[in-house]
Design a protein around this ligand. Structure first.
Ligand code: UDP
Ligand code: MG
Length: 150
């Protein structure tokens, strides 16, 4: 059975504010496995596809402008429960409602500058990974695996 994967993306504000290392650290130290990582500029069409489910929302144009405003760090993280746990590590959509200790709760104030994206379901994670990485994940087994999983 394939292990669960989540698409995690540091948004342009997170990159500009120098939070890349801090964010990667939180997923890494929890025990999740990095399967893909790239810094990239985002085409408008790609941002619109990624957020297609929100295209009817009033904030959609500003959201797309935000996501294409600078480079993002696109990642795939793998491990048991990584989609739901990743959302907990990230915190609530509106940073004012995010608990301290979460990424948004520690580093953000406004919903339109909330630093990071994480897939909300396993099914959406698979779609997002296909959109951002195609098939190009790195297959490797971390040496620490038996020290993280029983
Ligand atoms: N967003 C916004 N205004 C809103 C709701 C969402 O600008 O009222 C932005 C915000 O950056 C959010 C993204 O749209 O992260 C996607 O919204 P979603 O509801 O999927 O939140 P997420 O899954 O990122 O927590
Ligand atoms: Mg979402």
């Amino acid at each position: 059975m394939a292990t669960e994967q989540s698409y995690i993306m540091i948004k342009p504000d997170g990159v500009q504010r120098g939070l890349v290392g801090e964010i990667i650290k939180r997923f890494e130290q929890r025990g999740y496995t990095l399967r893909a990582l790239k810094l990239q500029s985002v085409e408008r069409a790609q941002a619109e596809k990624h957020y297609a489910d929100l295209s009817s929302k009033p904030f959609f144009p500003a959201l797309v402008d935000y996501i294409i405003s600078g480079p993002v760090v696109a990642m795939v993280w793998e491990g048991k429960g990584v989609v739901a746990t990743g959302r907990k590590i990230i915190g609530a959509t509106n940073p004012l409602a995010s608990e301290p200790g979460t990424i948004r709760g520690d580093f953000a104030i406004e919903v339109g500058r909330n630093v990071i994206h994480g897939s909300d379901t396993v099914e959406n994670a698979q779609k997002e990974i296909a959109l951002w990485f195609g098939e190009s994940l790195v297959d490797w087994t971390p040496a620490a695996k038996p020290w993280i999983y029983e």
